[in-house]
Design a protein around this ligand. Structure first.
Ligand SMILES: Cc1ncc(COP(=O)(O)O)c(C=O)c1O
Length: 428
């Protein structure tokens, strides 16, 4: 554990005054103004659900209107004449996304949606052959990931019970030990085709050491790929330097790009450039120079763009554009600094509560978590959750008995955290 968290918590105070002081000196505080908050009794709710659906940037409606106007004005010519030409719309995102995930701009593309991208990337990177056919993943992965992996192994004629190795927490624990992941990879050795993990587990909020897992996968000759739904825009990543083979994410959580918003793909440049890496074809993944020649023969682009299928879904990308501008201005470094501190503050406050029976199952160490705390209730969880909702808190409930709360550094405040604590204190 890094000493920093102890250092932080020793100065914390459970008072409104203290929380407001933190907000006054927070350089990111003004960013809150850029978002629209749902209302409760005429006031902004305490929104702790940015890990599920991020809030709407105020600039979205203006930017959406711009696309509607350009469509009205130009019709089909908008592909080239629109202020942001639709023909190349996806190029708007690469540089900004690359900074968020720690990659080169040719290694990322905003395209499709998360589960679709996971399948497309597994088509490229899960190529079971002979003795090498297993996929190692975390137990308790998000259901969509489980279904994707299950059906991929079935597609090649394997039984999931045999081909999928799930790494579980140890008896009585909630968090998966990193050592157990590395050991399993080594133990299954050259039978492993792919190691596929969620960067941050959606239920516990545990952030995995992607660099170490990638190294271990490569040592046994397997690929390493990640679903970064809960990590992107939450925790700074270095996908390229960590040698990660592929990753995908959604944009509607920390990236605030709206329900079902466009997904993202990362593929390491040495795979992008490798024609032997098989990819399913569609015209938007084809070499841009020959795309309109309408000829036979798919020539994939030599970048992550080759995992695109269809022309850019512009209306589904407008909010992404608005949100990535905000990320560009705030910067992942400042966001992470605030996030570590604010999550630690919320944790400190929750630890003062003794009259409700719950346990925080998210790791305590800042480097093993992002902006989420998962409260596991023995009983009364659902009642507590309902009482929170009645008091203007938006949190989320995950079966069987967890309340997840995410203090998001772009728009949550220390005061939000204090209010959450105060409301919890009042729940009997
Ligand atoms: C880890 C993870 N995987 C997959 C999904 C499903 O994503 P989509 O419906 O965008 O494909 C989610 C959605 O919350 C998720 O958190």
């Amino acid at each position: 554990m890094r000493p920093k968290s102890h250092h932080m918590s020793s100065s914390f105070k459970a008072s409104l005054e203290y929380a407001q002081e933190q907000d006054q000196t927070d350089i990111l505080f003004p960013f809150r103004e850029r978002f629209l908050f749902p209302q409760h009794n005429g006031r902004d709710v305490h929104y702790f659900c940015g890990n599920s659906l991020g809030l709407q940037p105020k600039s979205v409606s203006y930017l959406m209107q711009q696309e509607l106007d350009d469509w009205a004005k130009y019709g089909v010519e908008g592909h080239f004449e629109a202020r942001n030409p639709w023909f190349s719309y996806h190029h708007l995102f690469s540089e900004r996304l690359a900074k968020i995930v720690g990659a080169g701009k040719d290694e990322v593309v905003a395209t499709n949606t998360l589960t679709v991208n996971l399948h497309l990337l597994m088509i490229s990177f899960y190529r079971p052959e002979g003795a090498r056919y297993k996929i190692i993943m975390e137990a308790g992965a998000f259901p969509s990931d489980m279904y994707a992996v299950e059906t991929q192994v079935r597609m090649y004629g394997y039984e999931p019970e045999n081909a999928i190795i799930e790494i579980k927490p140890r008896e009585g624990a909630h968090i998966i030990e990193e050592a157990d992941i590395l050991e399993a990879i080594e133990q299954h050795g050259n039978t492993v085709a792919l190691v596929m993990f969620g960067g941050v587990n959606y239920y516990t909020g545990q952030f995995f050491d992607l660099k170490k897992i990638t190294e271990a996968a490569h040592r046994v000759g397997a690929y390493a790929g990640y679903d970064l739904a809960h990590a992107v825009g939450n925790i700074p990543l270095q996908l390229h330097d960590w040698n990660v083979d592929f990753a995908c994410w959604c944009s509607y959580k920390y990236l605030n790009s709206g329900p079902g918003g466009v997904g993202g793909v990362y593929v390491h440049e040495h795979h992008c450039n490798n024609p032997k890496i098989f990819r399913l074809g569609g015209w938007w993944g084809n070499d841009e120079k020959t795309r309109f020649k309408m000829e036979k023969g798919f020539i994939p682009q030599k970048n992550a763009g080759s995992w695109q299928m269809s022309n850019a879904p512009v209306f589904n990308m407008v909010a992404h554009n608005a949100s990535l501008d905000i990320f560009e201005k705030a910067g992942m470094k400042a966001l992470r600094e605030k996030s570590e501190r604010m999550t630690a503050y919320l944790e400190y406050l929750l630890k003062q509560i003794t009259h409700l029976s719950f346990e925080i199952i998210t790791p305590t160490e800042p480097h093993r978590r992002g902006a989420q705390l998962s409260m596991l209730f023995g009983d009364k969880g659902r009642e507590v959750f309902n009482a929170l909702t009645e008091n203007g808190v938006v949190a989320d409930w995950r079966e069987p008995n967890v309340i997840r709360i995410a203090p998001v550094p772009l728009y949550n405040t220390f005061e939000d955290c204090y209010k959450f604590y105060e409301i919890l204190t009042g729940i009997k």
